[in-house]
Design a protein around this ligand. Structure first.
Ligand code: DX5
Ligand code: ZN
Length: 232
């Protein structure tokens, strides 16, 4: 099994910084997308929340459609929803390039990962900070993207939880080398290096990018910090 070509391209360019639009100014969605694109983003992270799996509601299918018109960058779609199987086709039709489902709601994800692959999107698995790594290990080689949450999902701006780094190390050993190992939550200067040293090659960053005065400078700073942690 091989990752989709766009996933392989990102892995080749890793470490990757993926701006999380949850922290952007939604009143200027098109401009915010253009700004992070100009700042060097090669992919965008899109957080979908249903108010059930997480206590918050965020982006839905129409916003993914609008994003698809606003950019050619791959849209990495993180489904924090209870019944992801009901919605994968709608999000794929809207323009999602990846569809990430939580192991907590799909304990045996083999079928849904295949369905996502059959739809032409990159299949991804996500694990929460409080879920044991053993829940996900048997399936990580079926995913093009594995995302380790470094905060409890639902809100941006939370503090990074370093105890999840053991999970990153354990998952790295079992993953295909052409796949993405991502971290999401509290990623910024000072924490990205810890994730990179543990073996992650892709970093979702919301607050750290969109609340920075200069997106280009912040993206470069994050990438440099991740690079130097991987070199050592
Ligand atoms: C949290 C989301 C994240 C969020 C990260 O539930 O999955 O993608 O946007 O935000 P920061 O980078 O601010 O922790
Ligand atoms: Zn996310």
């Amino acid at each position: 099994m091989e990752s989709l070509p766009w996933v392989q391209s990102l892995v080749a360019e890793s470490p990757v910084i993926s701006p999380s639009l949850l922290a952007c100014d939604f009143g200027q969605l098109q401009q915010e997308v253009s700004r992070v694109e100009a700042a060097g983003a090669k992919v965008l992270h899109v957080d979908v929340m249903d108010g059930h799996f997480v206590p918050n509601i965020s982006i839905g299918v129409p916003v993914v459609q609008a994003l698809r018109k606003a950019t050619d960058l791959p849209l990495d779609v993180h489904l924090m929803i209870e019944e992801p199987g009901r919605y994968i086709k709608a999000f794929r039709d809207a323009g999602a390039d990846s569809l990430l489902v939580h192991i907590e709601v799909v304990p045996d994800p083999r079928q849904i990962l295949q369905e996502i692959r059959d739809l032409g999107a990159a299949p991804g698995l996500v694990i929460n900070p409080d879920t044991e790594v053993e829940a996900i290990l048997p399936y990580v080689d079926l995913a093009d993207i594995v995302l380790v949450m470094s905060v409890q999902p639902g809100f941006g701006g939370q503090a990074f939880r370093p105890e999840v780094l053991d999970k990153v190390r354990a998952i790295r050993k079992r993953m295909r080398p052409d796949a993405i190992l991502s971290m999401d939550g509290g990623i910024g200067p000072g924490t990205i290096s810890q994730g990179a040293a543990a073996g992650a090659n892709y970093f979702v960053a919301g607050t750290a990018v969109f609340h920075a005065p200069d997106y280009t400078q912040r993206m470069a700073e994050l990438r440099a910090e991740a690079c130097s942690a991987t070199d050592t």
